[in-house]
Design a protein around this ligand. Structure first.
Ligand code: 0WE
Length: 257
């Protein structure tokens, strides 16, 4: 099919081979895109360099989304390498660990709230602003990763739910803002997937079991399944879709009794 032939994509959020963004990067390369990966810190640098080699991508660049100078450096590198960019993927989220365990009203702090929103929501707007000049005259597609906790109150997800709600609102506001420049902005709300971020959550196994028992498809979803939908949403096949939150969760979000 190669429905991303000729597209240039930057993917922010690969930490290791279990990252959802790694599934996205692989799907995009399979469909003919050229991909540039970034890494968040020296802790993940060598792993991401190894993954980049696996997909024939250039050497990854350091990018902490909260560092304006690093964002500028990535923009310059993309401009120099490709003369622009077609696709930007955001897969960064963080809340301090103590915020993600216990009763929301008991455990939430001002600082935890601020950090969660800055890393998990503001950073998507910052990424959009940074790549916007690189997408002029060629259209573009931005994609963020969300979770059902944005629209349902879920045990222990707590302030991350508010941050994802803010991220999803950001998708709509950016879609409205950048639509006249033919830049589309969407999100995937994925079901729970075992990743590095998930490994920090003690009851994750029971969350996966609950989804597999109750989701219409009676199973969980994979990085590859999220990757395939991400590739579609960022391709010209989805040229009429913007501001949308697409669930890739085996149908879990639609069920009632
Ligand atoms: O968005 C997420 C995880 C995001 C996340 C994970 C961590 C773990 C380690 C953000 N910050 C941190 N901070 C850490 O220190 N998910 C959708 C996965 C997830 O996380 C949960 C879940 C699910 C599902 C947390 C509590 C309850 C359910």
């Amino acid at each position: 099919m190669a429905f991303l032939a000729g597209k240039k994509a930057v993917v922010v959020g690969v930490a290791n081979d279990r990252s959802i963004c790694w599934g996205i990067a692989q799907a995009m390369v399979r469909e003919g895109a050229e991909v540039l990966l970034t890494y968040q810190s020296e802790r993940t640098q060598s792993r991401v360099e190894d993954l980049a080699r696996q997909i024939g991508a250039p050497s990854p660049l350091p990018l902490d989304l909260l560092e304006p100078t690093q964002l500028d450096a990535v923009v310059s590198a993309l401009q120099e390498r490709w003369g622009g960019v077609d696709i930007a993927i955001h897969g960064a989220a963080f809340a301090p660990k103590q915020e993600l365990s216990g009763n929301y009203a008991d455990v939430t702090t001002r600082e935890g709230f601020r950090v969660a929103h800055e890393v998990s929501s503001y950073s998507f707007t910052a990424l959009a602003q940074a790549v916007r000049p690189l997408m002029q005259g060629r259209g573009g597609a931005l994609l963020a990763l969300s979770y059902l906790g944005a629209v349902r109150a879920m045990v222990n997800y707590n302030v991350m739910g508010l941050a994802k709600a803010s991220l999803e609102a950001g998708v709509r506001y950016l879609a409205q803002s950048l639509g006249p420049e033919n830049i589309r902005v969407n999100a995937i709300s994925a079901g729970p997937i075992r990743t590095l971020a998930a490994s920090g959550i003690s009851e994750f196994r029971s969350i996966l079991e609950h989804y597999a028992e109750h989701a219409p498809l009676r199973r969980n979803v994979s990085q590859e399944e999220v990757g395939n939908v991400a590739a579609f949403l960022c391709s010209d096949l989805a040229s009429g879709i913007t501001g949308e939150i697409t669930y890739v969760d085996a149908g879990y979000n639609i069920i009632g009794f």
